[in-house]
Ligand binder design. Structure first.
Ligand code: AMP
Length: 368
């Protein structure tokens, strides 16, 4: 069986590695002229734009079923692939999560708790929404793919105009600021028959707005854990989803959870599963997409994932630090240009005592 993957980044790479281990062929259609992480890992990499018809024909001819490793793929391409070979998750589910405004509206319409918000398409609408949701709010452009850009905090009415200018008049969403205790995420898989299985709730810490550490199990109450899992499963059911879905939450001071956003694919905060769980998130995606039974999501022991960004990397010096750390498993993405914020790989720390302490100590060494 051949699995087709739209997108050629690190998530596709790790899916290809699991697929190969399990005897599946993989074909990646990167949508870009380069796809470093998947070259030499997928059986075939088609490095052409998503609007290239010859590339679509080549991709669809070669694969039995398709999935995505990122959501910003033209809806038309998704629909064509869906019709030709089958696409999981569906073009409709991916379409919802491509756009913050569609996603928020879907959450609201389905009674899934999220931060209070308003859709804004003009300065006047933003002013009215700010009067309702202020004083502390976050303005986010509706279209994704801005890499941390397109987000601005507004804390006073006299900042509204400048904030609107900073998003350059793009359709946006204004959100009330959530005074959260911590951020957690749940990866949930839903199979062909509608059976859902969640991975253990993960707690996430960020650095420069990029995921830094994932700590599992999350240090939250049993009620919060249960609420996060049940909400993620409810969301997958409401979407009539098939595949792997990542749901990020804010945990309020009260312990209640609010959905921040979702991703229709494996997620950086699920990398801990590669060494921490019986089944990795990539194997689970493959199982759900290819119509196999889901694998156990049982946690094998406390696990911490440390992201390796460009500013932490110097191969000669730093690999040695990682290999010398007890229980550290290195995963690199095959990227050649290590710039400051680029995700180059991650380390999972498993086994032994004080996993979190070891992860934090390793991080400090890599940053120094
Ligand atoms: P996002 O790209 O929407 O996931 O936002 C990135 C990060 O900004 C989140 O992980 C939070 O740490 C922070 N953030 C985003 N929206 C809010 C909000 N409404 N209230 C508080 N913090 C937020």
């Amino acid at each position: 069986m051949t699995l087709g993957i739209l997108g050629g980044g690190q998530l596709a790479r790790m899916l290809c590695l699991d697929a190969r281990r399990m005897g599946f062929r993989t074909v990646v259609w990167s949508g870009t002229p380069t796809a470093e992480p998947t070259v030499g890992v997928a059986d075939l990499v088609i490095m052409k734009g998503f609007d290239n018809e010859a590339a679509r024909a080549e991709f669809c001819d070669q694969v039995d079923v398709a999935t995505v490793e990122f959501e910003n793929i033209p809806l038309e391409t998704l629909r064509e692939v869906e019709e030709a070979v089958g696409l999981y998750p569906s073009a409709e589910s991916i379409g919802i999560s491509q756009h913050r405004s569609r996603e928020k509206t879907f959450l609201k319409e389905n009674g899934i708790p999220c931060a209070p918000f308003a859709l804004v398409n003009s300065l006047e609408e933003l002013q009215a929404a700010y009067a309702e949701l202020g004083p502390t709010t976050v303005l986010k452009t509706a279209a994704f793919g801005y890499d941390g850009k397109g987000q601005v905090k507004i804390t006073a009415a006299d900042q509204v105009e400048a904030a609107w200018e900073s998003v350059q008049g793009e359709p946006s969403v204004l959100e009330g600021f959530v005074d959260f205790k911590c951020e957690v995420s749940v990866l949930v898989a839903r199979d062909e028959a509608g059976r859902c299985l969640a991975f253990p709730v993960a707690e996430n810490e960020h650095r420069h707005h990029i995921l830094d550490l994932t700590i599992v199990p999350a240090r939250v109450s049993d009620e919060t854990r249960k609420e996060a899992e049940e909400t993620a499963i409810r969301l997958a059911e409401k979407l009539n989803y098939r595949g792997l879905l990542a749901v990020e939450f804010f945990v309020e001071q009260s312990g209640r959870v609010l959905v921040n956003e979702m991703a229709p694919r494996p997620h950086n905060s699920g990398h801990f599963t590669m060494n921490g769980c019986v089944t990795s998130q990539f194997e689970q995606q493959l199982r759900a997409v290819c119509g196999l039974p889901l694998g156990s999501s049982e946690l094998l022991g406390e696990t911490v994932m440390l992201n390796l960004l460009g500013d932490m990397w110097n191969p000669e010096l730093k690999e040695a630090e990682i290999f010398a750390t007890e229980g550290a498993k290195l995963h690199l993405y095959g990227k050649k240009n290590p710039s400051g914020r680029r995700k180059l790989g991650h380390v999972n720390l498993v086994g032994g005592s004080s996993v979190e302490e070891r992860a934090r100590a390793l991080k400090e060494k890599l940053l120094s």
